[in-house]
Design a protein around this ligand. Structure first.
Ligand code: 3PG
Ligand code: MG
Length: 443
């Protein structure tokens, strides 16, 4: 049985109350402007719902980036407040600090400055949580920062011991959608996992080997699997100390392939170049040396360069065969979860040309959104992981997926079946927890 089992804003009295809402407004900023406001827009339903209940005040707290416990203007939430008031079409006040005399609230809505300007936030310090409550005179806490609930911080955990704490609508939606897809997916269920680092994805890969019908991997993460298979990867990025994890995952995946109808696709070809910037020539390498011979070399062996990455080359995308295989699996799927681009999509094409290492991601995305299939089969699609969302945004494809998560690690942890401290700490839907200092207020 799946279902969101925490109380939400809809289960609690908000009218006349001072409501403290935690959002995840950790958004990219450039020249004091919000570059990507997806997380801000996704918080609007909760804000609007709270305002409709006529609270005495709505006070919003968030972190932005990793300022390491010190005030730093580069990490100020000031650009966010401008964007937020624009999106809400009403003024939002800004307080220069989240505790102490500067944490002044004004008008209907106030956003407080970056929580992480104080080292106590990330230490889950109860005194800091208390200082936030005292400064804001908050009476109810709403957790809506889905992207940060995998952290046990003062604003995700300690604070829930001081105030009745419920979920916002974004948090509820994220958890319900992701948990349902993992627990009761319409099959075939395919996971496409890429991105830079295997360290972020070990648990989720293990989970997908258990529950999915196929897993296709790509991105620099796949390099660890190639290295585990003894394939030369030249200068490609990989995590040397973690190759043994790739080995273990691969062994499990191959065993699973024998025991049931399951496929684990490791790239069989790759796009390589000596430079990541796209200005040097690229080559296609057949990683599995499937080439028995080529016409010119026959009956001699083909040039070894055709099936090996040279010592000074980097794998920057999975090759067209691998992309076609992944896209083929996606085209037959009813549910697809995607986390991590399959190549270096950030490298721009020269003079408006297609980005040179984005071809495979493009191919697989077309399959996900039904574009390569005349829209005959459009699987139910979930996108997670921060960088992937940035790609989807930059391609203007947010509307083409069923769910684009605002969480990076939080969505991966949830998929992996982990308990997230910021969710665990909220009031259970059915049993009333005592609050404000009562015994056993917390797990
Ligand atoms: C994120 O962007 O991943 C979240 O905002 C959490 O940030 P963190 O990884 O710095 O804790
Ligand atoms: Mg993160």
């Amino acid at each position: 049985m799946v279902g969101f089992n925490k109380k939400t804003v809809k289960d609690i009295q908000l009218s006349g109350k001072r409501v403290l809402m935690r959002a995840d407004y950790s958004v990219p900023i450039k020249n004091n402007q919000v570059v990507d406001d997806y997380r801000i827009r996704q918080s609007l339903p909760t804000i609007k719902y709270i305002l409709e209940q006529k609270p005495a005040a709505l006070i919003i707290i968030s972190h932005l980036g990793r300022p390491d416990g010190k005030p730093n203007p580069d990490f100020s939430l000031l650009p966010v407040v401008k964007q937020l008031s624009q999106l809400l079409a009403q003024p939002v006040a800004f307080a220069m600090d989240c505790i102490g005399p500067q944490a002044k609230t004004a008008g209907k809505i106030t956003l407080l400055e970056n929580l992480r300007f104080h080292p106590e936030e990330e230490k889950n310090d109860p005194q800091f949580a208390k200082a936030i409550v005292e400064a804001t005179q908050a009476e109810v806490f709403v957790q809506d920062g889905f992207g940060v609930v995998h952290r046990a911080h003062a604003s995700t955990e300690a604070i829930t011991k001081l105030l009745p704490s419920v979920a916002g609508l974004l948090l509820e939606k994220e958890v319900s959608v992701i948990e349902k897809a993992m627990a009761e997916p319409k099959r075939p269920f395919v996971a496409v996992i890429g991105g830079a680092k295997i360290s972020d994805k070990i648990e989720v890969l293990n989970k997908f080997i258990e529950v999915a019908d196929a897993v296709a991997i790509g991105g620099a993460l796949a390099n660890n699997f190639l290295a585990a298979e003894g394939i030369k990867i030249g200068k490609s990025i990989f995590e040397k100390d973690l190759v043994h994890h790739a080995e273990t995952i691969l062994r499990r995946a191959r065993a699973e392939e024998k025991s049931r109808d399951f496929n684990f696709f490791v790239p069989v070809d790759a796009v390589v170049s000596k430079s990541i910037d796209g200005r040097l020539s690229t080559r296609l390498v057949d990683l599995t040396s499937n080439t028995l011979a080529d016409i010119e070399a026959y009956p001699k062996k083909p040039a070894t360069t055709a099936h090996s990455v040279a010592g000074d080359e980097l794998i920057l995308d999975i090759g067209p065969l691998s992309a076609a295989t992944a896209a083929g699996a996606v085209k037959m799927a009813k549910t697809v979860i995607w986390g991590g681009t399959l190549g270096v999509t950030e490298t721009r094409g020269i003079a408006g040309a297609q980005a040179p290492f984005a071809h495979s991601t493009h191919t697989v995305v077309e399959a996900m959104i039904g574009a390569s299939n005349n829209h005959k089969n459009k699987p139910y699609t979930i996108v997670g992981g921060g960088d992937t969302v940035a790609y989807v945004q930059s391609e203007n494809l947010v509307e083409d997926f069923n769910h684009v998560s605002t969480g990076g690690s939080a969505s991966l942890d949830l998929m992996a079946g982990k308990k997230l401290p910021g969710i665990e700490a909220l009031l259970d839907k059915h049993t009333a927890k005592p609050v404000a200092g009562g015994a056993g207020t917390h797990r």
